[in-house]
Design a protein around this ligand. Sequence first.
Ligand SMILES: CC(C)(COP(=O)(O)OP(=O)(O)OC[C@H]1O[C@@H](n2cnc3c(N)ncnc32)[C@H](O)[C@@H]1OP(=O)(O)O)[C@@H](O)C(=O)NCCC(=O)NCCS
Length: 179
Amino acid sequence: MTIPTLTTSRLILRPIENGDVDGFTRIWSDPEFARHVGGPVTSPDAVWHQMAGCLGCWLLTGVGPWSVVERASGTLVGRAGLWDEPGWPGVEALWYIGRPWWGRGYAVEAAAAAITWVLRLRPELERVCAAIVPANLRSVRVAQRLGMRRTGAEYLHEETHTIYAVSREDWSGRPDAGS
Ligand SMILES: CC(C)(COP(=O)(O)OP(=O)(O)OC[C@H]1O[C@@H](n2cnc3c(N)ncnc32)[C@H](O)[C@@H]1OP(=O)(O)O)[C@@H](O)C(=O)NCCC(=O)NCCS
């Protein structure tokens, strides 16, 4: 399959590649970054396996996460996109931005492009969700900025997650829905 590349005003979402191992290892080895997402991952081997899992998601489901690159600098700043795991509360938008780039709105910008893309790709999809542990307040703010509302809670990957979602109808009314 061909994974598309998406471009936003400040970011490029491109397929994950082997050369991303060092950048992702720097991002994931930061304990503050990793606090709510399973703890630090410091070994490049483990990071590569994570990347392979992301590309596996694309192959198995036709959607998945992208590497997020800052257009101005060409720097890898994170990973964002989609996740469609069996047993999940729906197609999920996900966002991981390295700590040096927090506070710039990159997570919202990347996730908005991914949501717009998947709603076009799958006309039958009624909503896009996010599963967030309640303590991850920064991520909750990202979901809220995306217009997502709390719809319930689910026990996923051995942890209780709050589920947020935005409907196709609500998304279509947003100014960033066309990005
Ligand atoms: C969750 C995470 C992506 C949020 O990062 P973030 O930088 O706080 O979120 P955004 O990229 O949307 O930035 C929003 C902040 O940038 C500010 N900002 C600056 N310029 C902005 C712009 N042009 N547009 C939007 N927001 C902007 C906003 O005011 C906002 O700050 P506030 O929340 O204090 O009001 C980041 O903390 C992270 O990657 N954490 C680790 C991984 C993780 O937990 N992922 C989620 C798993 S569910």
